[in-house]
Design a protein around this ligand. Structure first.
Ligand SMILES: Cc1cc2nc3c(=O)[nH]c(=O)nc-3n(C[C@H](O)[C@H](O)[C@H](O)COP(=O)(O)OP(=O)(O)OC[C@H]3O[C@@H](n4cnc5c(N)ncnc54)[C@H](O)[C@@H]3O)c2cc1C
Length: 393
């Protein structure tokens, strides 16, 4: 007896309704594509677990989600003068995770073509055939879904040149906090110890409210419990030990992932952090995910397959690789390198570099501001796989 060909339950199944999955689903909810979309997500409730920040001019398509913005940002070492940056017409902007989730979920819920499977874990992907129209069976802990296409945003463990591990608290104090309201502490009190390079990230959210994060760049991920204890010490040093903790957030972000993306079945595309969304040199991914979601939704709308994150241009990939390897090779000097960039590259050029919009002159300033020898050393043919294998996304 021949078995009947499988029939797709959905045109697209999105695994994971975090930043990337929700961004795409919310766009598709408003598009006239007519695609049937299923979203699989273990969470049933969303917490305010992310502070998404980025540089943009004041008005843009996400303006209504911006909870706070600042005209300036600051870099400082353990000693010496802080470096204050600002760029006319540009602001550092903050989107609360809870606001982003609420708006995306509202849009998705308003579409009859999108079904959300909350409280469900995807467990596996099984290709059904290998022709151009082959389908994929998505297996979950509540049964399976046959899909034409799959976007997989589930978190993956990824080896990296460096790890950015951080733990933060949003605090409310009875007394005015010791932070300048006009600027963000982007990398404050940069220093090193046995655990690598560390610094403080501060978003002043009012006279008595702020998000304070303790961050480490290191060769292996730092346990969140360690970071939380260090953050408590830092808050104590700032005289903020008694402040009320409103909420917590934290994470471990790979900087410069190593190796290629895993082989996937036809019809499956990785996206979000797992698909190369994070910028190697900074760990920023929010705007890159928004750009990808737009491109992917447009492709689907045209009746074409979904797309992944675009390949990183050669120059940007090379600069990030050289920079990260130089920091990794001598973490002791990490603060010196970051301060050299903040001192030697004009604020607008540094923001363009961090926002994927660097010009040749910005790269030239970047190179000129850094000490030559440690960076030239990274151009030599690599003894480690780290240099060769930075993922080519
Ligand atoms: C605390 C924090 C702050 C950040 N701040 C910034 C910032 O200021 N600026 C910036 O540009 N970037 C920032 N980032 C980096 C990046 O923007 C975020 O990590 C972003 O959330 C990545 O989106 P994502 O969809 O890849 O992952 P996530 O948002 O983590 O989504 C992954 C989803 O997959 C789901 N999932 C897990 N297992 C399964 C399963 N088995 N089946 C189905 N679904 C599953 C998860 O529940 C989750 O909803 C930050 C990251 C963190 C962690």
């Amino acid at each position: 007896m021949t078995s009947l060909p499988a029939v797709a339950d959905a045109d697209l199944v999105i695994l994971g309704a975090g930043c990337a999955g929700l961004s795409l689903a919310a766009r598709l909810a408003r598009s006239p594509s007519g695609l049937r979309v299923d979203v699989v997500e273990p969470r049933t409730d969303y917490e305010d677990d992310r502070s998404w920040c980025f540089w943009r001019p004041e008005r843009h398509d996400l303006s209504e989600l911006v909870a706070h913005s600042w005209a300036g940002w600051r870099f400082s070492g353990a000693t010496g003068q802080a470096l204050h940056h600002r760029v006319a017409g540009l602001r550092y902007q903050y989107v609360r995770g809870s606001d982003f989730y609420a708006r995306a979920r509202e849009r998705i819920d308003s579409s009859a073509r999108i079904r959300t499977h909350a409280g469900v874990h995807a467990t596996g992907l099984v290709p059904l055939g290998d022709g151009p129209d082959a389908l994929v069976r998505v297996e979950t802990d509540r049964g399976s879904i046959i899909a034409r296409h799959v976007i997989d945003t589930r978190p993956r463990v990824m080896p990296a040149v460096l790890y950015q591990s951080f733990s933060g608290v949003e605090i409310e104090s009875e007394h005015p906090l010791p932070f300048d309201q006009r600027e963000v502490g982007l990398m404050d009190s940069m220093a090193t110890d046995d655990g690598g390079m560390h610094f403080r990230y501060t978003l002043p959210l009012g006279r008595t409210r702020a998000l304070v994060e303790w961050t480490r760049f290191s060769v292996s991920p730092v346990p969140l419990a360690t970071l939380s204890a260090e953050l408590d010490t830092e808050l104590g040093l700032l005289g903020l030990a008694g402040a009320r903790v409103v909420r917590r957030e934290g994470g471990i972000l790979p900087m410069g992932t190593l190796g290629a993306l895993p082989e996937v079945a036809r019809g499956v595309v990785f996206a979000g952090n797992s698909g190369g969304a994070l910028r190697a040199a900074s760990g920023y991914g929010f705007l890159r995910i928004q750009r990808w979601a737009r491109a992917c939704a447009e492709s689907l709308q045209r009746g074409e397959p979904p797309v992944g994150h675009p390949a990183e241009p050669w120059l940007r990939r090379s600069m990030d690789r050289i920079f990260l390897q130089a920091v990794r090779a001598d973490l002791e000097r990490g603060p010196e390198y970051f301060l050299a960039l903040a001192r030697g590259v004009p604020a607008a050029g540094l923001v363009r570099f961090l926002s994927d919009a660097a010009r040749l002159t910005d790269y030239a300033r970047l190179i000129a501001s850094l000490p030559t020898v440690p960076f030239l050393r990274q151009l030599a043919p690599s003894r480690s796989s780290a240099a060769r294998d930075m993922v080519r996304t």
